[in-house]
Design a protein around this ligand. Structure first.
Ligand SMILES: Cc1cc2nc3c(=O)[nH]c(=O)nc-3n(C[C@H](O)[C@H](O)[C@H](O)COP(=O)(O)OP(=O)(O)OC[C@H]3O[C@@H](n4cnc5c(N)ncnc54)[C@H](O)[C@@H]3O)c2cc1C
Length: 349
C-alpha cells in the first residue's frame, strides 16, 4: 500500500491520520516539525458549534458532534452555545440563521436568556441556544486522536519536516504554515494568517454547565475553562500578520463588557493572554481536497478547525483511500477560488 505522510500533528492532521488508519491504511506517518498540537491547536478557544450562517459550515460541524460527544469530559463538555441579541436587527439575523440551521437538522431553539443564572438580560431582545454544541480542549482531543492513531499503527515523527520524508501521498495539514509546504510541493494555497487573541480571567465561582455565551452584535464571547473564563472578540481592524502578539490595550474594554453581561464576573482580572493564527481562506471555508497528484490538503479552517476536525479527518481519509467521501466535499474544493468565492461564511468569531 502507498506510504501516506500527514504533515502537521495539530488536531486536523491527527484526525486525518487516525481516520486513515481506521479505514485500513497500513503505512501512515504523522510528521510534525515541532510537537503534537504545537501551533493553533494549543491556542484555540475550543468552541464547538453547529450554528453557522452557511450550509457548508453547518454540515462539517454537524457531522463532528457525535464524535466529540463520545470523547468524555476531559475532551468535550456539551454545555451548548447561547447567542444573545440586543437589537431587533440582531435578533432578525439570529432567527434567519436559526431557520437555516433547523432545516439542516440542528436542534437550535429560541430561549429565554435568563436560563443562564447570573447573565444580565434586561437589554436582551432574544436568544437562541443549541444544547448539543459545547466547549472542549483542542490539545486533549489532538492527543487522544494521536494516541488512537498510534495504537492503530501510525508512526508519529515529532521534530520532523514532512518534506524530508519519502512519500507516495502527502496530506498538508499545517494550519497557517500550509502555504509554505504547499509551495514546496508546487501548490498555491490561498491561505492567509490572521492574528487572534484570547484573554483568561482570574479564578471565579462558575457553574459547571455555563454555555459558550456570545453577544451576536459585537461578537464578544466567553466560556468557562476550569475555574476561569476565557474571553474573545473580533478586532476592530483585522490583524493580517503571522506575528502572534497580544494587544493588551483592549483589556479594559473586554472586562467592562464581561462585567456588564455576566454578574458573577464583576471584579475579574485578566491573568493570562495569548495570541495565535487563524488560517483564513477568502470565503472562510476550509480547503479539503486533492490539490495535485499525490497531494491532499486540509487547511484554511478560518478559526473553525477544531470543531470540524472529526468530519474533515474522516472525509479526507475516505477521499484518499476510496476515491470519494460520504460527505459532499464540493464546497471545500480548491478550484472554487478560480472563479471567486461565492458563499462566504459571515459568522466568524
Ligand atoms: C485564538 C484562536 C481561537 C480559536 N478558537 C477556535 C474555536 O473556538 N473553535 C474552533 O473550532 N477552532 C478555533 N480556532 C482554530 C483552531 O485552533 C484550528 O483551526 C485547529 O486547531 C486546527 O489546527 P490545524 O491542525 O489545522 O493546525 P495547527 O494546530 O496550527 O497545526 C499545524 C501543525 O503543522 C506543523 N507543521 C507546519 N509545517 C510543517 C511541515 N513542513 N512539516 C511538518 N509539520 C509542519 C506545525 O508545527 C503545527 O503543529 C482558534 C484558533 C485561534 C488561534
Amino acid at each position: 500500500m502507498a506510504r501516506i505522510v500527514v504533515a502537521g500533528a495539530g488536531v486536523v492532521g491527527a484526525s486525518v491520520a487516525y481516520h486513515l488508519a481506521l479505514l485500513g491504511a497500513d503505512d501512515v506517518v504523522l510528521a510534525d516539525r515541532e510537537t503534537i498540537a504545537a501551533r493553533a491547536t494549543s491556542k484555540g478557544m475550543g468552541g464547538v458549534r453547529q450554528q453557522f450562517s452557511t450550509e457548508a459550515e453547518v454540515r462539517l460541524a454537524q457531522a463532528s458532534i457525535d464524535f466529540f460527544a463520545s470523547l468524555g469530559p476531559e475532551c468535550f463538555l456539551q454545555v451548548g452555545y447561547l447567542f444573545l441579541a440586543t437589537t431587533e436587527d440582531g435578533l432578525a439575523q439570529l432567527d434567519e440563521r436559526r431557520e437555516l440551521q433547523a432545516e439542516l437538522g440542528v436542534p437550535v431553539e429560541r430561549v429565554d436568556a435568563s436560563l443562564v443564572s447570573g447573565l444580565r438580560v434586561d437589554d436582551v431582545r432574544g436568544a437562541v441556544f443549541c444544547r448539543t454544541d459545547g466547549v472542549g480542549s483542542p490539545v486533549a482531543v489532538a492527543r487522544e486522536l494521536v494516541r488512537r492513531a498510534v495504537e492503530l499503527g501510525v508512526e508519529l515523527r515529532e521534530g520532523t519536516r514532512a518534506e524530508e520524508l519519502d512519500a507516495d501521498i502527502v496530506v498538508i495539514a499545517c494550519g497557517a504554515d500550509s502555504v509554505e509546504l504547499g509551495a514546496k510541493l508546487g501548490v498555491e494555497l490561498p491561505v492567509r494568517p490572521l492574528c487572534r487573541q484570547l484573554l483568561e480571567t482570574s479564578p471565579l465561582d462558575l457553574p459547571a454547565d455555563l454555555p459558550m455565551t456570545i453577544e451576536a452584535e459585537s461578537g464578544f464571547h466567553f466560556r468557562r475553562r476550569g475555574d476561569r473564563l476565557v474571553l474573545a472578540m473580533t478586532d476592530p481592524e483585522p490583524r493580517w500578520t503571522d506575528e502572534e502578539r497580544v494587544d493588551e490595550s483592549v483589556i479594559p474594554d473586554r472586562l467592562r463588557r464581561l462585567a456588564h453581561r455576566y454578574l458573577p464576573a464583576a471584579g475579574a482580572r485578566i491573568e493570562n493572554a495569548w495570541a495565535g493564527l487563524y488560517d483564513m481562506t477568502p470565503d472562510a471555508h476550509p480547503i479539503v481536497d486533492r490539490v495535485a497528484d499525490g497531494v491532499y490538503a486540509a487547511c484554511g479552517f478560518s478559526g473553525h478547525g477544531f470543531m470540524t476536525s472529526p468530519a474533515v479527518g474522516l472525509a479526507l481519509a475516505q477521499e484518499i483511500l476510496l476515491g470519494g467521501a460520504d460527505l459532499d466535499l464540493s464546497p471545500y474544493r480548491l478550484e472554487r477560488f478560480a472563479d471567486g468565492a461565492v458563499f462566504p461564511e459571515t459568522l466568524l468569531l
